[in-house]
Design a protein around this ligand. Sequence first.
Ligand code: CDM
Ligand code: ATP
Length: 284
Amino acid sequence: MRIYEKAPAKINLMLDVLRKRPDGFHEVEMIMTMVDLADRLELSELRQGTIIISSQAGYIPLDEKNLAFQAARLVKDRYGVKAGVHIHLDKKIPVAAGLAGGSSDAAATLRGLNRLWNLGIAEAELQRLGAELGSDVPFCVSGGTALATGRGEQLTPIPNPPPCWVVLAKPPINVSTADVYGRLRAGAIEHHPSAAAMQAAIEAGDFRAVCSGLGNVLEDVTLPWHPEVRRIKEAMIRLGAEGVLMSGSGPTVFGLVSRPSKVARIYNGLRGFCKEVYAVRSLS
Ligand SMILES: C[C@](O)(CO)[C@H](O)COP(=O)(O)OP(=O)(O)OC[C@H]1O[C@@H](n2ccc(N)nc2=O)[C@H](O)[C@@H]1O
Ligand SMILES: Nc1ncnc2c1ncn2[C@@H]1O[C@H](COP(=O)(O)OP(=O)(O)OP(=O)(O)O)[C@@H](O)[C@H]1O
């Protein structure tokens, strides 16, 4: 048997860090939503108990370092599944970009294996399994739009923001999430974005308020460290995006655009100096 799953990228509309915890993780408050840029997974059952990962992308690990592999091993071990699986990852989401590509592949693997092996695992349990793999995985299990607290694994679903275009630009650098959190001085953050204000803007369907409520305290680390990220932000604002922010720990910057007529101008303007640019819809 063979099944397919879509693994969309996420963006953080706001990301605040409240404090560093004794376990080394940071207590966060984030509002996350999905965009229509997705990896596609093909899961084929294998009679022998092996887990095989393949991909057209030459730049991701295909062994136990792959988050999809880790997700499959977790389900197999926890539910005593004898069969194996071949997972083919058709990668479209840029890697180490702040868009949760690996986390979304892991979440899609959890959903897919639940179907492939008829396990009947409830969504809340899939999220709990996801939390064992990474902080962004529980959100990626359910998608939509959510307020995420704790280390990112405690989720409250909220409505989707008003539909819009999202232009994404990734400079040619890789940024490690652990390094960005490691460099953050949580006690010294000057401007905390407001989750309540963003949630209210979303619930009111107020696109302008969503744009003015965007904020990400991890920019305090990544922007001074990698000036090209700031340059992309400035270019997106100059080209007319209505709200601009770095996603997650970066380095991808996204711009929200309400009018389709503006999208081509922003996309083409960015392509002049940045190779990886995408114009996609928000997912509603
Ligand atoms: C930056 C975000 O992507 C925003 O959505 C997330 O906060 C990070 O999610 P993620 O990549 O799934 O992160 P994990 O794989 O769980 O953790 C990677 C590393 O980031 C740091 N980390 C992550 C999440 C968090 N709340 N506090 C942290 O300090 C830890 O050093 C951890 O070792
Ligand atoms: N299925 C996968 N797809 C992409 N990268 C993967 C995958 N599995 C493991 N990795 C590894 O994970 C690391 C981070 O990649 P990923 O694309 O998930 O980062 P990210 O978009 O910054 O994630 P996040 O926003 O959750 O921090 C890379 O070093 C990559 O080699």
